[in-house]
Design a protein around this ligand. Structure first.
Ligand SMILES: *[C@@H]1O[C@H](CO)[C@@H](O)[C@H](O)[C@H]1NC(C)=O
Ligand SMILES: *[C@@H]1O[C@H](CO)[C@@H](O)[C@H](O)[C@H]1NC(C)=O
Ligand SMILES: *[C@@H]1O[C@H](CO)[C@@H](O)[C@H](O)[C@H]1NC(C)=O
Ligand SMILES: *[C@@H]1O[C@H](CO)[C@@H](O)[C@H](O)[C@H]1NC(C)=O
Ligand SMILES: *[C@@H]1O[C@H](CO)[C@@H](O)[C@H](O)[C@H]1NC(C)=O
Ligand SMILES: *[C@@H]1O[C@H](CO)[C@@H](O)[C@H](O)[C@H]1NC(C)=O
Ligand SMILES: *[C@@H]1O[C@H](CO)[C@@H](O)[C@H](O)[C@H]1NC(C)=O
Ligand SMILES: *[C@@H]1O[C@H](CO)[C@@H](O)[C@H](O)[C@H]1NC(C)=O
Ligand SMILES: *[C@@H]1O[C@H](CO)[C@@H](O)[C@H](O)[C@H]1NC(C)=O
Ligand SMILES: *[C@@H]1O[C@H](CO)[C@@H](O)[C@H](O)[C@H]1NC(C)=O
Length: 404
């Protein structure tokens, strides 16, 4: 997160110095261009290809429609920010943005025409409280990072990419449908949170995902083909009644399934190894907790709720502590849990209780207990950390390539 702006700054500086703002010829323009007046906008209207970035910010006097339909390719960023009156942005000819395409805080923006867009490095649509639809009619087939937050969109259509790095879709109160059934690989972090409580998501082609956090979903199709998770996997405060992860054998981080109040069936039949914690808390309708093949948990085992049965028959190594608490009176610690004491559980804590009126978990879940909202503060630090690691490793690769 610290490196990213620096990187952009370097890119900007290079663009500034190498190609000083010059005049356009035959639809080819040299940027960067910051649109501040109608004259700037007229100049931009003749550009089909822009070498450099375009920024359209803080404009309140250009009317409601901005039609840049002639623009086809931006070799840089294209940013619309803080434009108060803008209600339509027409980019009907735009096929490719090599950098970031961003729409941020345009309070009256209702319609976005991206008819031909097929490629963009990063798409960021945030704080657009009038925007009701995001569509890519030609199929957005190349994108590294997608952010959609604080909009009124009801669906996101036309995501045709099979590979992406980061996805962050949050706080879109009317968003009921995210179809990403072309997506096979998520190489970074996927966060879905605090959208419509009726949100259904289709990830049925996904086979590889680095890290994911799903919150407030009514339905999640997919994850059937996923075998390994490199980071954490979380399901918090969702509304579905069953969750099945049939192929997952390893999660390098923590598996969290918390506050899914309608969850009745949880199935993780192949999971063997957890590099972090196992945190299954407050899924009050879940009566049977079973992870039949789990052998090793490097963190803590924390299972709380209203269950009658915990079945961990193959668990032989817990490096952290263990905390099992249920409000059920049917549950017996002798039925499988007590045998995890001693040699199996290496951590200091070992708690197993039934008939508890208020089961409490030991893992700090302040960021994950909110059933309706989404705690940006605590989750973003997690995301930024992994992004920093990814960025840092990219820098090392670039550095290695350069010194060769
Ligand atoms: C745009 O407006 C925001 C808030 O009104 C202000 O912080 C920012 O400095 C302005 N940017 C420019 C380029 O005028
Ligand atoms: C945008 O401008 C193009 C011509 O450059 C025109 O054909 C098109 O109808 C305009 N679209 C809108 C919505 O004004
Ligand atoms: C969600 O769906 C249910 C039934 O389909 C409906 O009653 C409810 O109003 C919907 N809620 C929202 C916020 O769309
Ligand atoms: C597990 O993944 C494979 C592909 O890797 C797929 O063919 C199979 O159907 C998946 N299993 C289940 C139960 O979905
Ligand atoms: C949960 O599993 C049980 C037994 O396998 C099944 O009868 C029930 O229909 C399942 N419930 C849901 C909501 O999938
Ligand atoms: C608990 O779930 C496991 C796997 O889903 C199943 O095999 C077992 O029969 C269930 N036990 C009870 C008591 O429902
Ligand atoms: C559960 O706890 C309550 C009060 O703490 C007690 O009255 C009751 O007998 C207990 N039930 C069982 C089955 O232990
Ligand atoms: C959780 O929040 C409560 C109250 O806001 C606070 O007292 C507690 O220390 C927090 N726990 C953790 C683990 O952050
Ligand atoms: C469990 O969920 C209920 C219902 O949302 C909530 O009131 C309670 O605070 C949750 N408990 C914990 C420990 O998160
Ligand atoms: C829960 O989420 C709501 C809605 O985003 C928010 O207003 C509230 O402050 C959150 N509560 C906590 C304890 O984080």
């Amino acid at each position: 997160m610290v490196l990213l702006p620096v990187f952009y700054l370097i890119v900007q500086l290079v663009l500034h110095s190498v190609i000083a703002a010059s005049t356009s010829s035959s639809g080819r323009c040299i940027g960067p261009i910051e649109v501040k007046s109608n004259q700037d906008l007229d100049k931009l209207r003749s550009c089909q290809v822009m070498e450099g970035s375009i920024a359209i910010k803080n404009i309140s006097s250009f009317g409601e429609i901005m039609n840049l339909s002639q623009l086809q390719h931006v070799h840089g960023d294209l940013v619309f920010e803080n434009n108060e009156d803008l209600s339509q942005v027409v980019l009907a000819g735009l096929k490719q943005v090599d950098g970031k395409l961003a729409f941020q805080n345009n309070r009256n923006l209702e319609r976005l025409d991206l008819t031909q867009l097929t490629g963009v490095q990063a798409l960021d649509i945030s704080v657009e409280p009038a925007l009701t639809a995001i569509q890519f009619p030609s199929g957005l087939s190349q994108i590294e990072s997608l952010t959609v937050t604080d909009t009124l969109v009801t669906k996101i259509e036309g995501l045709a990419t099979s590979k992406i790095k980061d996805v962050h879709i949050a706080n879109n109160k009317y968003l009921k449908d995210i179809n990403m059934n072309h997506l096979q690989q998520v190489n970074g972090v996927m966060t879905i949170a605090a959208n419509s409580p009726n949100l259904t998501m289709d990830l049925s082609s996904l086979s590889s995902i680095y890290q994911a956090d799903f919150r407030g979903l009514a339905q999640l199709a997919g994850l059937n083909r996923v075998h390994q998770i490199t980071g954490d996997l979380s399901f918090v405060a969702n509304f579905f009644s069953s969750l099945s992860l049939p192929n997952i054998t390893q999660i390098a981080g923590t598996l969290t399934v918390s506050n899914n109040l309608q969850l009745q069936n949880l199935s993780v039949p192949q999971l063997q190894l957890l590099g972090g914690a196992l945190s299954l808390t407050n899924n009050t309708d879940l009566s049977n907790v079973s992870v039949p093949k789990l052998q090793q948990v490097d963190g803590t085992v924390d299972i709380t709720g209203n269950f009658d049965k915990v079945d961990l028959p193959n668990l032989v190594d817990i490096r952290g502590g263990l905390n099992v608490q249920t409000s059920s009176t049917q549950f017996s610690c002798d039925d499988g849990v007590n045998k995890l004491q001693g040699g199996v559980t290496k951590g200091h804590e070992f708690t197993c209780k039934s008939n508890v009126s208020n089961p409490t978990s030991t893992i700090g879940h302040n960021s994950t207990t909110n059933a309706t909202g989404y705690d940006y503060a605590s989750s973003s630090s997690k995301i930024s950390l992994s992004q920093t690691i990814i960025l840092a490793s990219n820098f090392i690769l670039i550095y290695l390539a350069l010194i060769k």
